[in-house]
Design a protein around this ligand. Structure first.
Ligand code: 4AD
Ligand code: MG
Length: 433
């Protein structure tokens, strides 16, 4: 059996002067005289393989002249350092074989986004996506790691649900054995039920939002990392959010620095973002700052992407906004007893213009108040009977939040558009492939 190496191992100089075998896909190719220069891509990088007709025959080099991009190949040969080869190494092939042909690979460069999106299953082979998905992998891993190391238990809330968590406007209806159900917008309500069992829980699930407008930061399906904890108040939960974000970014800086650099991410800006404590601004102060900057907002307005962007440009780290007006936030947020026009909710905005990556807060734990809030928001208390029950049987203070994984990846990797942060993005115009 041949033992195969990965490109990244070769790039670490571990095999210079030694014979290795690699396998992967043809990323670029050119033939000069009697030599073919084949750049082979695997999951870890790209390396040049030189196929010399004097060694492996003219027939092969002829064939490689027109070989399709993305054909899969297997090559063996001695690793040499070379100034001319991209990455500084090349393999002088003594064995080269084509595993799977690729005829007329549809992506040649210079195509528009719609065409590329139609070919997303092939587009994602670009090394850029390998970097982004590796960063996402580390974000997911680090997120889980943080909660597991801090005494949270992972639980499995349902995705098919009977009623809204985050307002009817973005609900996705599905036919549920002849009656109407919805895809989950957030696991929160079920996590709240679970804190009575396990006290500190989290889940990592897809969430669905039928967002009608096309924006750079909204998907119809995204991954949602949500903790919920008994006995914690809003301030406690904000510290959890802060620690989580710092842990995730630190891990990405440790494990994926090369990928960040290859994506031209400003590493310094990311490091500066780790300075804690993150500023904590009340919504009132946020409005004042915005008004001073000449942004046209007044107290009571929801903060949109433009307002968030303007705010984040004032700080190098993420910034918390708290105490939002009750009418712009969901029914479950706890009313601030010292000031009933606001709720104990918080958003965490990522710097450099990225804006909201986390939304959360303390939950209303008084039955009567919650019942009135359900009505106030035009919801039917019947639909929330089970949720209201939680306040009838041993109610407790509790808090939680939701981190949008693709939002976090977008900021950490420095991406322009959220659809870059997921392999098969779903938004209004797109469900294929
Ligand atoms: O602020 P949201 O709507 O809050 C909730 O869903 C709470 N129930 C979470 C909780 O307390 N457990 O959503 C939370 C986060 C947002 O901050 C954002 O990062 C992300 O989810 N998010 C989206 N990400 C991508 N596309 C969308 N359409 C998103 N909507 C929200
Ligand atoms: Mg929100």
């Amino acid at each position: 059996m041949l033992e195969f190496k990965h490109v990244e191992d070769i790039m670490r100089r571990e095999f210079t002067g030694l014979r290795v075998c690699i396998r992967g896909w043809i990323y670029r190719r050119s033939v000069v005289g009697k030599k073919a220069f084949i750049r082979v891509r695997d999951s870890t990088g790209v390396i040049q393989v030189v196929v010399d007709a004097s060694r492996l025959g003219e027939k092969l080099v002829d064939e490689l002249k027109d070989i399709g991009l993305e054909a899969s190949v297997l090559a063996c040969g001695v690793v040499k350092e070379s100034d001319k080869a991209p990455g500084g190494f090349e393999i002088e092939a003594d064995y080269f074989t084509i595993i799977g042909y690729s005829r007329d690979f549809p992506i040649k460069g210079g195509e528009g986004v719609d065409y590329l999106m139609d070919n997303r299953h092939l587009w994602i082979r670009s090394p850029r996506y390998a970097r982004i998905f590796k960063i996402k992998h580390t974000v997911l891993k680090a997120g889980r790691e943080y909660f597991l190391e801090n005494g949270y238990l992972e639980v499995t809330p349902p995705i098919l649900t009977a009623s809204a968590c985050e307002g009817g406007a973005t609900l996705f209806p599905v036919d549920y054995f002849g009656s109407r159900a919805y895809l989950s917008q957030s696991a929160q309500l079920y996590l709240e039920a679970l804190v009575y069992v396990l006290e500190k829980v989290f889940s990592l699930t897809p969430s669905f939002r039928a967002e009608k407008s096309r924006t750079r930061r909204h998907l119809a399906e995204y991954w949602h990392l949500e903790p919920e904890a008994a006995w914690l108040g809003m301030e406690d939960m904000m510290r959890v959010a802060e620690e989580l974000v710092v842990h995730i970014v630190e891990r990405v800086l440790e494990e994926r620095r090369g990928d960040l650099e290859d994506l031209d991410r400003d590493i310094n800006a990311l490091k500066k973002a780790l300075k804690t404590p993150f500023p904590r601004l009340k919504y009132d102060e946020a409005i004042e700052i915005l008004q001073k900057k000449g942004v046209n907002v007044k107290w009571g307005d929801d903060l949109g992407a433009d307002e968030e962007r303007a705010l984040t440009l004032e700080f190098e780290t993420p910034v918390f906004i708290t105490h939002f007006p009750r009418h712009i936030k969901s029914f479950y947020m706890k009313i601030d007893r010292s000031r009933p026009d606001v709720v104990l909710g918080f958003d965490l905005l990522a710097p450099e213009g990225y804006g909201e990556i986390i939304g959360g807060g303390e939950r209303e734990d008084d039955y009567e108040t919650l019942y009135r809030r359900v009505l106030e928001q035009g919801l039917n208390p019947e639909d929330y009977k089970w949720y209201l029950d939680l306040r009838k049987y041993g109610s407790i203070p509790h808090s939680g939040f939701g981190l949008g994984v693709e939002r976090a990846v977008m900021w950490i990797a420095g991406l322009d558009h959220i659809r870059e942060a997921t392999p098969f993005p779903r938004y209004r115009e797109r469900i294929y492939p």
